[in-house]
Design a binder for this molecule. Structure first.
Ligand SMILES: *[C@@H]1O[C@H](CO)[C@@H](O)[C@H](O)[C@H]1NC(C)=O
Ligand SMILES: *[C@@H]1O[C@H](CO)[C@@H](O)[C@H](O)[C@H]1NC(C)=O
Ligand SMILES: *[C@@H]1O[C@H](CO)[C@@H](O)[C@H](O)[C@H]1NC(C)=O
Ligand SMILES: *[C@@H]1O[C@H](CO)[C@@H](O)[C@H](O)[C@H]1NC(C)=O
Ligand SMILES: *[C@@H]1O[C@H](CO)[C@@H](O)[C@H](O)[C@H]1NC(C)=O
Ligand SMILES: *[C@@H]1O[C@H](CO)[C@@H](O)[C@H](O)[C@H]1NC(C)=O
Ligand SMILES: *[C@@H]1O[C@H](CO)[C@@H](O)[C@H](O)[C@H]1NC(C)=O
Length: 524
C-alpha cells in the first residue's frame, strides 16, 4: 500500500521545476556556517555520465545514470574527555569526511541510504554509493572518522575518539547531517531510511540496530564483523597454529577442499563443486593423513597426503580459538569446504588486524609481541578494553524490532576472513534473548554456499557473487513482505548462473530443470 502511495508521489514530483532544483544544489554549500562542527565543502551538479568511479571490486567502473547533486563535507568531532562520548565539536581534532549523492528529483525514489565501510576504512565507498544512486536512492557515505593514512597500520586505534567513531558513531553522525540535507534538497524528509554495509560495514549495521534502533527502517549487514575483538583473536589463533611445519600452502589447501568436495558436494542433490550446507558434511580430515612411508607429493609435485603438523593446523582452524582456562570457544572455527580460503588467515590477517588492535588499543605498546598472547587472562583484557569500543553484539535487539526495523545479513560459507558460523551463532543468541518473539519477523540470515567475503571466494568461480539484498529489504520494510529467498548472480567465471539464497536454517533444494537457474531451487 505504501508502495502505491510512493508511485503517486513520484508523479507529483515529476512536475517539480527542475531548474529551481538545480539552483538548490549549489546553494546547499552557501548555507553552511564556518563556525559549525559540520561543514559543507562542495555542492555541485553533475551531468549524467560524467562521474566515473572505479568499482570497489577492482574491476570496471561505474557512472552516474542521472544528473545528481554531489555534496562533500566534514564533521569535526571529539571524544568528550569526561565520559568518552563522541560528540560534534567545532574545536574537535578529529574529522569525519562524508559525501552525499542526490539524484535529480525526477529520479529520486524517496529513500535515504547510508553505506558503510570495509576493514580499517579511511575511504568513502563511493562506487557502492553511486550504484545505489543509479537506482534512485539519495546515498551518503563517510570515511568512518579517520583518513586512509590513519587506517594504515591501525594508527587511528591510538585515539579513543577515532576508535569509537570507526564502528559505533560515524554512520550515525553522518546520517544525522546528510539526512537533513536530503530533506532540505527535496523539500521533504525521506520516507524511509536504509543502511547497507559489509564486513566492517556489517559490524556498523549491527551497531546501528543496537545503539541507534530509531535511525534506520532497514539494515543490510553482510559478512558481519560485529564481534570484531574476537574476530581478530581468531585471525591470531589461525596464524599462530599454521607456522613452520603446520603451514598449509595454497596447493595443500586446495587438496583438502577437493577431498571435502568429493565427499560432500552431492549431499544437496546437485554436483556443482560447492557444498549446500557444510554442517551436513561429515568429512574426517584424518583420512588425508600420510601413511607410513607415503610420499607427500607425487612425481608431478601434487599433494597426496598431510603431515601430522599440517593435520593439527587444519584441526585448530576448524575448531577455532579456545580459552586455555576452560576450553570454551572464543570464536567459532571454519567450516568444511572453506579450506581453499585459509591462506590469508595463516599469514596476513593477524599481522594486518590483530597486531594493531592488540598493540595500539589493548596493550598500548608498539613492541607488544602477539605470539606471547595469553589465551586465558589476555582474553579478559581484550574483553574489557577493546570490546566496549569496537563490538556490537548485544542479543537484545528488541528496541529495533519494536520500531518495526528489519535486518538482513548474508554470510559466505567459504569466507576467507570470517568464520561462517558466527552469524548463525549470533542469530541463536538473539532468539534466546528474545524468547517470546519470533525473530524471523525482523531479522534474517542468508548463508551463501561457496560464498566469500562480501562476494566471491575466487576459488569458487562458478558461485554467483552478487547478492540482491536491497530490493527484498525494501519490500519487507515497506510492504511487510518477509524475504523467503534472495537472488544471487554474477559469478567470477562470467557465466549467467544464478542461485537462490535461503533464510537460515533453510537451504536451497534442486527441484529439477536448469541447474544454473535460481528458479530451479526451493528453500526447504
Ligand atoms: C571511466 O574510467 C575507466 C577507468 O577508471 C576508464 O577505463 C573509462 O574509459 C572511463 N570511462 C569514461 C566514459 O570516461
Ligand atoms: C586538539 O589538539 C590540541 C593539540 O594537541 C589540543 O591542545 C586541544 O585541546 C585539542 N582539542 C580538543 C577539543 O581536545
Ligand atoms: C572515490 O573514492 C576514491 C577512493 O577512495 C577516491 O580516490 C576518489 O577521489 C573518490 N571520488 C569522489 C568523486 O569522491
Ligand atoms: C599426480 O597427481 C595428480 C592429481 O591427483 C594427477 O593428476 C597426476 O596424474 C599425478 N601425476 C603422476 C605422475 O602420477
Ligand atoms: C612443488 O610445489 C610447491 C608448492 O606449490 C612449490 O613451492 C615447489 O617449488 C614445487 N616443487 C617443484 C620441484 O616443482
Ligand atoms: C615473539 O615471541 C615469540 C614466542 O615467544 C618468539 O619466538 C619471537 O622471537 C618473538 N618475536 C620477537 C620479534 O621478539
Ligand atoms: C544462460 O545462458 C545460456 C547459454 O547462453 C542460456 O541457454 C540460458 O538460458 C541462460 N540462462 C539464464 C537464466 O539466463
Amino acid at each position: 500500500m505504501k508502495f502505491i502511495h510512493f508511485a503517486s508521489l513520484f508523479s507529483v514530483w515529476g512536475i517539480v521545476n527542475v531548474s529551481s532544483q538545480k539552483h538548490d544544489c549549489s546553494s546547499l554549500a552557501s548555507t553552511q556556517q564556518a563556525k559549525n562542527a559540520v561543514q559543507i565543502l562542495t555542492a555541485i551538479e553533475v551531468l549524467p555520465g560524467s562521474l566515473n568511479l572505479s568499482s570497489n571490486t577492482g574491476e570496471g567502473s561505474i557512472k552516474n545514470k542521472f544528473q545528481l547533486c554531489q555534496v562533500q563535507g566534514i564533521i569535526k568531532y571529539q571524544a568528550n574527555p569526561r565520559n568518552g562520548k563522541v560528540e560534534f565539536d567545532v574545536n574537535g581534532n578529529d574529522t569525519i569526511t562524508w559525501e552525499l549523492f542526490l539524484p535529480d528529483p525526477e529520479n529520486y525514489n524517496g529513500r535515504f541510504l547510508a553505506v558503510g565501510n570495509g576493514g580499517f576504512a579511511g575511504t568513502i565507498d563511493n562506487s557502492t554509493m553511486l550504484e545505489n544512486t543509479n537506482s534512485g536512492y539519495a546515498v551518503s557515505g563517510c570515511d568512518s572518522g579517520h583518513s586512509l593514512t590513519d587506517s594504515e597500520n591501525g594508527i587511528f586505534l591510538e585515539d579513543l575518539g577515532k576508535t569509537k567513531t570507526w564502528i559505533h558513531d560515524s554512520i550515525v553522525m553522518t546520517t544525522q547531517v546528510t539526512r537533513d540535507i536530503v530533506a532540505k534538497y527535496y523539500a521533504r524528509s525521506p520516507k524511509y531510511s536504509y543502511y547497507s554495509g559489509c564486513s566492517t560495514g556489517g559490524a556498523q549495521g549491527y551497531s546501528l540496530a543496537q545503539y541507534h534502533p530509531e535511525l534506520f527502517d532497514g539494515i543490510y549487514a553482510g559478512s558481519p564483523g560485529n564481534w570484531y575483538s574476537h574476530l581478530v583473536l581468531s585471525f591470531l589463533w589461525n596464524g599462530l597454529h599454521s607456522t613452520s611445519g603446520g603451514y598449509l600452502s595454497q596447493q595443500v589447501l586446495n587438496f583438502i577442499t577437493d577431498n571435502v568436495l568429493a565427499a560432500c558436494d552431492d549431499i544437496d542433490g546437485v554436483k556443482d563443486g560447492v557444498i549446500g550446507n557444510p554442517l551436513k558434511c561429515h568429512f574426517d580430515i584424518m583420512t588425508l593423513e600420510c601413511k607410513q612411508g607415503q610420499n607427500l607429493v607425487n612425481s608431478s609435485n601434487r599433494t597426496l597426503c598431510l603431515t601430522s603438523d599440517q593435520l593439527q593446523a587444519a584441526q585448530a582452524i576448524y575448531a577455532g580459538p579456545k580459552d586455555s582456562r576452560d576450553y570454551k570457544e572464543v570464536y567459532p572455527g571454519f567450516d568444511l569446504g572453506s579450506e581453499n580460503a585459509w591462506l590469508t588467515q595463516e599469514s596476513v590477517l593477524y599481522v594486518d588486524y590483530t597486531t594493531p588492535i592488540l598493540q595500539k588499543l589493548v596493550f598500548k605498546n608498539d613492541n607488544y609481541n602477539v605470539s606471547t598472547f595469553n589465551w586465558g587472562s589476555d582474553i579478559d583484557r581484550v574483553d574489557s578494553i577493546a570490546s566496549p569500543l569496537i563490538d556490537a553484539i548485544t542479543p537484545d535487539l528488541s528496541a529495533f524490532n519494536r520500531r518495526g526495523g528489519k535486518l538482513i545479513s548474508t554470510q559466505g560459507w567459504a569466507d576467507p576472513y570470517n568464520a561462517a558460523a558466527w552469524p548463525i551463532q549470533h542469530l541463536g543468541q538473539i532468539q534466546s534473548a528474545l524468547k517470546n518473539t519470533n525473530i524471523n519477523n525482523f531479522i534474517r540470515l542468508f548463508m551463501v554456499p561457496g560464498g566469500g567475503h562480501c562476494g566471491a571466494n575466487p576459488l569458487y568461480r562458478q558461485v554467483p557473487a552478487t547478492y540482491h539484498v536491497l530490493d527484498p529489504l525494501v519490500r519487507w520494510v515497506e510492504k511487510g513482505q518477509k524475504p523467503e529467498e534472495i537472488l544471487s548472480s554474477s559469478p567470477p567465471d562470467g557465466s549467467n548462473t544464478t542461485r537462490k539464497l535461503c533464510p537460515w536454517p533453510k537451504v536451497a533444494r534442486f527441484t529439477g530443470g536448469d541447474q544454473s537457474n535460481w528458479q530451479s531451487y526451493e528453500c526447504v
